[in-house]
Ligand binder design. Structure first.
Ligand SMILES: Nc1nc2c(c(=O)[nH]1)N[C@H]1C(S)=C(S)[C@@H](COP(=O)(O)OP(=O)(O)OC[C@H]3O[C@@H](n4cnc5c(=O)[nH]c(N)nc54)[C@H](O)[C@@H]3O)O[C@H]1N2
Ligand SMILES: Nc1nc2c(c(=O)[nH]1)N[C@H]1C(S)=C(S)[C@@H](COP(=O)(O)OP(=O)(O)OC[C@H]3O[C@@H](n4cnc5c(=O)[nH]c(N)nc54)[C@H](O)[C@@H]3O)O[C@H]1N2
Ligand SMILES: [Mo]
Length: 766
């Protein structure tokens, strides 16, 4: 087939299919294309793709119901006709017996880029169109705590993360960047919906060359690139709020804080100051105090405070800091620190949540709308914070706290997942297995045999991105891409859209779901608002067919105007923040009124309930993988090349390795009170002592699928993480940090089979 334009969450490119493999050519406008592009090359015809609809034998023979064989059963291939019939009948059964409030359709996950074939939107639209609703999930795994705390304190998350300080402002103005959690260029390979130019490394190089000083405050040195010429500070993981407090203590004690800013723009300073100075609890949060908690010398903290004073400074708090127990606190404390420095709303200064964690932050917004597939309306009230999935399935009817109210978990009998991989994203996989075994039925659409597909009752094979047409675009990228079909669908795989349309037909909802449009007609429909807005501005506004032929369209960008915070600074009376006081909430009477011990009404240092102990003395950092997006295409070339002997690689400090008799390249066992996994050890002083880093994304591969708590022999860190909410306020994911132990593994080494299909029955299940 001929070469065509395409787009992924990790870049814009041209691709060609030769009947077996894909060759890719990065978009020439991208100054630093992502190596993740090469994951696509061998993936498309890989043996681990799901070729036909599959039904788990136990479910086929015994019907729906809780079943311990999930995750340890064989699959029976069936025809599409039969699969569609089984799914429609089962949805109908659960609806008739229990109503749509028994169907969980949260279906968290990133799936692939493209405005139309966005699997999560497709499944939501399908359930709304056919059932009138479903149990949904709120927030996400990325920013679960920040999404809930931020509106109490400053405003909408997007206004603090996306439309705020840009990289251009940093290049031009910033003098000091405190990057809590770093700004790893490994992570800015990715932007949800696509990214045509990777520019962060170059921006940091330019800023550093002008004299901007970067501080990489993180357990891993490479969390800022060499180009930033950063100073590396490594507080103990999970202790950043204590470090922030001590910096503020120095500034306040020496009267270097911006009192005028605090008076004019903030609410609740005096109460917070009592806490900071220890007037209430007798413990000043000074450098000596913080030094004991963080491991950073008091003198270093004092020097840092002095350096910050009077400078154009930017406080950045990465997503990772809040994907942790009490994750709300560093997000809030970072805001307070920026206010004490008086920098909020200045060009290149103040506070920018999550800058440098994804490529759509720090950019300008496009000036025209970009459509998404409408999801319809959901008439069911029941919901869960997305990371409470196991809790819901294990405690139907049980109570949970969330953002000031108490709710009950619905009793979900059927879960429908398309475009996500809970065996990637969720914590404590032993518990998740147990939870999924309680369901009547788990239905999954997948391109490949992920562990989630291997626990499903019905697996419907869907096309992957290169096998269908779509529109690539996102609100912070100036290129809209006509994503051409590069290859025919694998085996019998079908588009999620066509699968849902056929099931909707059986349930009497086809017209509501499709509105009579083919996929191509949907693309033209979704394109139209962008075209109309371009025309209205007098810009080049080609019709859909011309756009399709051109392959891409350059979109105009909006101003770099600093957004909500700049406007607030300029005129707080006419541009108040959307908080109760209209100002920055240094304290929050609303949160205080909730009465949560794990999230009080002021930002505070709260100790972990799972600190390292003698039994589990190390901190595991389970962060984002450099060589793939989450678990996607773990079997792709770039991902495979980063493994050793097919196992995921963890990084450990020389001192910790030596104390355990671990040599570079040894296989190690990482374990906690929850479970264990194997990984190959790389010894490096790029990671601080006391910390082991294992990225997420290696597909769960149990050594013994029949056992109650198998070990993952491939290196999935969620075997050891804790399944607890960040706090009663947000109930976010807290998978980033876990207390663990590591030992050299001298036992038998089973072959990694994660990228081979499960047991599949021969013969015909037609
Ligand atoms: N311990 C720990 N856990 C974490 C994190 C952490 O830091 N530590 N990070 C968390 C974060 S930030 C996130 S965002 C989550 C990510 O969690 P997920 O978003 O669930 O992870 P992905 O691997 O992107 O899952 C997407 C799935 O969709 C499939 N897919 C791709 N295209 C299509 C399609 O067109 N149709 C269908 N039906 N399926 C498709 C892919 O094969 C893949 O299995 O993980 C979270 N989990
Ligand atoms: N290549 C690649 N890029 C990605 C993704 C991917 O899967 N692959 N996923 C994307 C997604 S969905 C998201 S949400 C973002 C996530 O963005 P983040 O959550 O910020 O990314 P992580 O890599 O999990 O964490 C960043 C760093 O935080 C540091 N860290 C961990 N705990 C602490 C702590 O307590 N204190 C301090 N100071 N530092 C700490 C770790 O060293 C880690 O490397 O990344 C995005 N970018
Ligand atoms: Mo994320």
């Amino acid at each position: 087939m001929k070469e065509g334009p395409h787009s992924a969450h990790w870049g814009t490119f041209f691709a060609r299919f030769d009947g077996a493999a894909i060759s890719v050519r990065p978009h020439p406008a991208d100054p630093a294309p992502s190596p993740l592009l090469y994951n696509l090359t061998n993936a498309i015809r890989h043996n681990v793709r799901v070729p036909t609809p599959m039904v788990r034998r136990g479910w086929l023979e015994h019907g729906p119901g809780p079943d311990d064989r999930r995750g340890n059963d064989e699959y029976v291939p069936v025809s599409w006709d039969r699969a569609i019939g089984l799914v429609a009948r089962e949805i109908g059964r659960v609806r008739d017996l229990h109503g749509p409030q028994a169907i969980f359709g949260g279906s968290y996950g990133w799936s692939s880029a493209g405005r139309f074939h966005h699997a999560q939107s497709q499944v939501h639209r399908f359930l709304n169109a056919t059932l009138g609703g479903y149990v949904r999930s709120v927030n996400n795994y990325s920013a679960g705590a920040a999404m809930v705390i931020m509106p109490h304190v400053l405003g909408r998350l997007d206004d603090v993360a996306r439309r705020n300080v840009t990289w251009d402002q940093i290049v031009g103005h910033t003098e000091v960047v405190l990057a809590f959690g770093g700004m790893a260029v490994r992570n800015t390979q990715i932007a949800s919906g696509g990214i045509s130019q990777h520019t962060e490394r170059e921006a940091m190089r330019k800023a550093a060359e002008r004299g901007c000083r970067f501080f990489c405050i993180s357990p891993l040195r490479p969390d800022l690139p060499e180009e930033a010429r950063a100073t590396w500070l490594h507080p103990r993981p999970g202790t950043d709020t204590a470090l922030m407090l001590a910096i503020m203590h120095v500034l306040v004690a020496e009267d270097l804080h911006d009192r005028a800013f605090l008076d004019r723009y903030c609410s609740g300073w005096d109460e917070f100051e009592d806490y900071l100075l220890g007037r209430r609890d007798g413990q000043p949060k000074n450098p000596a105090w913080a030094s004991g908690i963080t491991g950073i010398a008091a003198a270093t903290i004092i020097d840092l405070a002095h350096l910050l004073h009077g400078k154009r400074s930017l406080v950045v708090v990465s997503h990772s800091l809040q994907r942790s127990e009490h994750g709300e606190q560093p997000v809030w404390m970072g805001v307070v620190l920026a206010c004490v420095l008086g920098q909020l709303g200045l060009p290149g200064g103040g506070y920018n949540y999550a800058l440098g964690t994804l490529a759509h932050y720090g950019k300008r917004d496009v000036a025209v709308p970009i459509s998404a597939l409408p999801q319809g309306s959901n008439k069911i009230d029941a919901f869960i914070p997305c990371a409470r999935i196991s809790d819901m399935l294990l405690n139907p009817g049980g109570e949970f706290d969330y953002n000031g109210r108490r709710y009950r978990y619905p009793h979900a009998r059927l879960a429908y997942w398309a475009g996500g991989n809970p065996f990637h994203h969720h914590q404590d996989l032993r518990r998740l297995r147990e939870a999924f075994r309680r369901l009547d039925t788990l239905i999954v659409h997948e391109i490949a045999w992920t562990a989630t597909a291997r626990h499903a009752d019905i697996v419907l094979p869907c096309t992957m991105t290169l096998e269908r047409e779509d529109i690539g675009g996102t609100s912070t990228d100036s290129l809209m891409i006509a994503m051409h079909r590069i290859a025919p669908p694998y085996a019998e795989a079908r588009d999620d859209y066509d699968i849902f349309a056929d099931i909707a037909e059986k349930l009497g909802g086809r017209a509501a779901f499709t509105e009579g449009r083919s996929s191509r007609q949907w693309l033209a429909h979704l394109y139209e608002p962008t075209r109309a807005a371009l025309e209205k501005r007098g810009d080049f506004a080609p019709d859909f067919d011309t756009f399709w032929e051109l392959g891409e369209l350059r979109l105009p960008l909006g101003e770099d105007n600093g957004g909500m915070l700049r406007a607030f600074r300029a005129d707080p009376a006419s541009h108040p923040l959307p908080t109760p006081s209209g100002k920055v909430q240094i304290t929050s009477p609303a949160i205080a009124s909730f009465g949560y011990a794990d999230c009080p009404g002021y930002p505070a240092w709260l100790e972990s309930t799972d600190p390292p102990t003698r039994a589990y003395p190390l901190y595991l950092v389970a962060n984002q993988p450099a060589t793939r997006l989450h678990s996607q295409l773990d079997f792709g070339r770039t991902s495979i090349q980063s493994k050793r002997g097919n196992r995921e690689v963890c990084r450990i400090h020389p001192a910790d390795a030596q104390a355990r008799g671990i040599a570079d390249g040894d296989i190690v066992r990482l374990y906690s009170a929850r479970g264990a996994c194997l990984a190959s050890a790389r010894i490096t002083d790029e990671v601080m002592a006391g910390v082991v880093q294992l990225p997420t994304g290696a597909w769960y591969d149990p050594d013994d699928a029949a056992s109650d708590n198998p070990m993952c022999i491939h290196g999935n860190p969620n075997t050891v993480t804790r399944d607890i909410g960040t706090s009663s306020l947000a109930q976010g994911c807290s998978g980033q940090l876990t207390a663990i132990q590591v030992e050299r593994y001298d036992g038998p080494l089973p072959e990694v089979r994660a990228h081979q299909p499960p047991r599949i029955a021969t013969g015909d299940g037609a």
